[in-house]
Design a protein around this ligand. Structure first.
Ligand SMILES: [Zn+2]
Length: 100
């Protein structure tokens, strides 16, 4: 996996760490959630909490599928397609959090 830098803490995003992409760039999951917590209105904190739990579990799922590694043939293709599906779902949740 290519290496990215987190736009909040400027640290490297390492393989196996939970991170996501926003319109600004790549960001650690923890950095993203804590910065959103400071930015959004008090009445939206509960929504943020729910969406952050959802994103956390989706990103964990993504890392678990990534850890399966590369395989040839039909099974490999299935794993790659599943990875893309989960990645898309993570992107959607990230977008919801960005728009809170
Ligand atoms: Zn960070």
């Amino acid at each position: 996996m290519a290496e990215f830098n987190c736009y909040i803490c400027s640290g490297k995003v390492r393989t196996g760490e939970k991170f996501t992409f926003t319109r600004t760039g790549s960001v650690h999951f923890d950095c993203f959630i804590s910065s959103r917590r400071k930015e959004i209105a008090p009445e939206k904190q509960e929504e943020l909490r729910t969406l952050s739990i959802l994103l956390d579990s989706q990103l964990k799922h993504l890392l678990d599928v990534l850890a399966i590694g590369h395989h040839e043939g039909k099974t490999g293709e299935l794993v790659r397609n599943k990875y893309k599906e989960i990645e898309k779902a993570c992107g959607e949740t990230t977008k919801h959090i960005s728009e809170l």
